[in-house]
Design a protein around this ligand. Structure first.
Ligand code: NAD
Length: 240
């Protein structure tokens, strides 16, 4: 989803800075951005390390002179129920999914709030932050927190021109999702059973939603929690 978002930003004329754990993971994304004529750079490392989020935003300012949008897409899913979740699972999930997004927002807002046009922060929540999902205790905690913090930050920044919104995807095709389907027989069918659209989402569809929330033209969109989930959260799971 991060890769699709970075490419979508570049297609729409943005210069893009990206982050993931290693240069190897980012190589394809940087190549794809350059292939559509975009300018880009990567900063590698754990996004929950403040040195990484500061390096990403500092370099964006040094290279491009402004930061119009930040998309906090990086995240981990560690399956676990209330019976099986460990302290290490909780700590890691909250560190990356929540602390990482807050610190990167803090790093970008340092610059955005000084810009005449402000800026747009897009958080990535999940339908798991809105509905009860089995075997996702730590993950649900992290995505519920992202939804709450979106509103808290939007209120903190009311007197600036910085907006903060949250896109909540339903199940979306991704390499990590495919790995979970392989590891848990029947999981794909379980997800499809709840989706009004009878399919999973595609990363490009979520990238479009993130782009929409990032656009300067959407200046009236602030503090919003937007589900992009094929109708998953609008129903009681009853399709026919
Ligand atoms: N795929 C889904 O069905 C789905 C549904 C709802 C929400 N989401 C959320 O959307 C976002 C993207 O999901 P995805 O499916 O594209 O995930 P993905 O696993 O395909 O990609 C996540 C990326 O984050 C990177 N990452 C992990 N830990 C990191 C860290 N500490 N620092 C920097 N990078 C790190 C990984 O290396 C990976 O490239 C996540 O926040 C996820 O929770 C996904």
């Amino acid at each position: 989803m991060g890769k699709a978002t970075a490419i979508q930003y570049a297609r729409n004329g943005a210069k893009v800075g990206i982050n993931d754990l290693t240069a190897e993971i980012c190589a394809d994304t940087l190549e794809a951005i350059r292939a559509v004529g975009g300018q880009c750079f990567g900063v590698y490392g754990d996004i929950s390390d403040p040195a990484v989020s500061e390096a990403l935003t500092d370099q964006a300012m040094e290279r491009y002179g402004r930061i119009d949008a930040l998309a906090n897409v990086a995240g981990v899913v560690i399956p676990g129920s209330i019976i099986s979740t460990t302290q290490a699972d909780i700590d890691k999930t909250l560190r990356i999914n929540v602390k990482g997004s807050i610190l990167t927002t803090q790093a970008a807002v340092r610059y955005m709030k000084e810009q005449e046009e402000g800026g747009a922060v897009v958080m990535v929540g999940s339908s798991a932050g809105l509905l009860g999902v089995s075997d996702r205790v730590a993950y649900s905690a992290s995505k519920g927190a992202i939804i709450a913090v979106t509103r808290a930050i939007a209120v903190d920044l009311l007197h600036t021109k910085v907006r903060v919104n949250c896109i909540c995807p339903g199940p979306v095709n991704s390499p990590s999702m495919e790995a979970r389907f392989q590891a848990t027989p029947g999981l794909r069918e379980k997800f499809l059973a709840g989706a009004l659209n009878d399919r999973l989402g595609e990363a490009e569809e979520l990238a479009q939603a993130i782009l929409f929330a990032s656009c300067g033209e959407m200046g009236y969109l602030n503090g919003a929690i937007i589900s992009v989930d094929g109708g998953l959260t609008c129903s009681q799971g009853i399709k026919k």
